[in-house]
Design a protein around this ligand. Structure first.
Ligand code: GLP
Length: 242
């Protein structure tokens, strides 16, 4: 695992956007796994700026979703599909056909999860998977004690994660769904390159457990230690417990 400490979130965003741009210059139809949350925003902004400047052509890029709420219609502003359309697809000028994600409204959620894992495989696998980290060390929506070998499946959110995410739902925890579909930790580990960005002091403890703790289901992100090509980018605040 490579750990890169950057001065701030903007520098982390620029570093990772450049890694994505380099990948796309080598492999123009690369499959990029993207994450939601506040943390990756500087990455998406930096990548869009590179596209505007003509520094990279993303027109053949493909985008894969990491996780999704169960039960929110795709057009709900806080469904991750909507969020990614607004934060990634539109700024990069990509059409909906470049995008793949699990169906959070499927009547058979289990079948939808299996179908998504298969779709990722059929697409040739994820080339670069972006990850944020929850304050409890979760990646995607793999909460603590998720199996390190898990595949895409339905999960129940912890109270802490619903509290953390209530800010996207007018601060009202009642509106935060209880269930989600998430790529499993095993699914995430199938990507060729994992890039986790963590910024701010609130993530310092989770980052220390990820990088320096034992590989253990209690900190799902520690599974990155098992991956042959994992990069953890942290700002000074998130690195403060290392
Ligand atoms: C959610 C997402 C994760 C993300 C996490 C942290 O739980 N499912 O993929 O990493 O939030 O979000 P933030 O970056 O806003 O702290």
């Amino acid at each position: 695992m490579e750990v890169v400490i950057v001065p701030d979130a903007a520098a982390g965003g620029e570093l990772i956007a450049e890694a994505m741009a380099e990948l796309l210059r080598r492999k123009p139809d690369a499959l990029l796994g993207v994450a939601t949350g506040s943390t990756p925003l500087p990455i998406y902004e930096a990548l869009a700026a590179k596209v505007s400047a003509g520094a990279v052509d993303v027109s053949r890029a493909r985008i894969a979703q990491l996780d999704e709420y169960v039960g929110l219609p795709a057009e709900h502003p806080e469904s991750y599909r909507s969020v990614l359309r607004q934060q990634v697809l539109e700024p990069l000028g990509l059409e909906a056909k470049a995008f793949m994600g699990p169906d959070g409204t499927a009547s058979d959620v289990r079948a939808a999860c299996e179908a998504y894992d298969k779709a990722l495989e059929d697409a040739g696998g994820v080339d670069l998977q972006l990850l944020g980290i929850g304050t409890d060390g979760h990646i995607g929506f793999n909460e603590p004690c998720s199996s390190l070998a898990s595949r895409t499946r339905i999960k129940t959110l912890t109270e802490q994660t619903r509290i953390d995410n209530a800010r996207f739902f007018d601060g009202d925890i009642e509106q935060v769904p209880h269930h989600v579909i998430t790529q499993g930790i095993g699914t995430i580990l199938d990507a060729r390159h994992l890039v986790l960005l963590a910024t701010g002091e609130g993530k310092a403890e989770a980052v220390a457990a990820t990088v320096e703790g034992p590989v253990a289901a209690v900190c799902p992100a520690s599974a990155l230690q098992l991956h042959p090509h994992a990069t953890v980018v942290v700002d000074e605040a998130a690195a403060s417990e290392l």
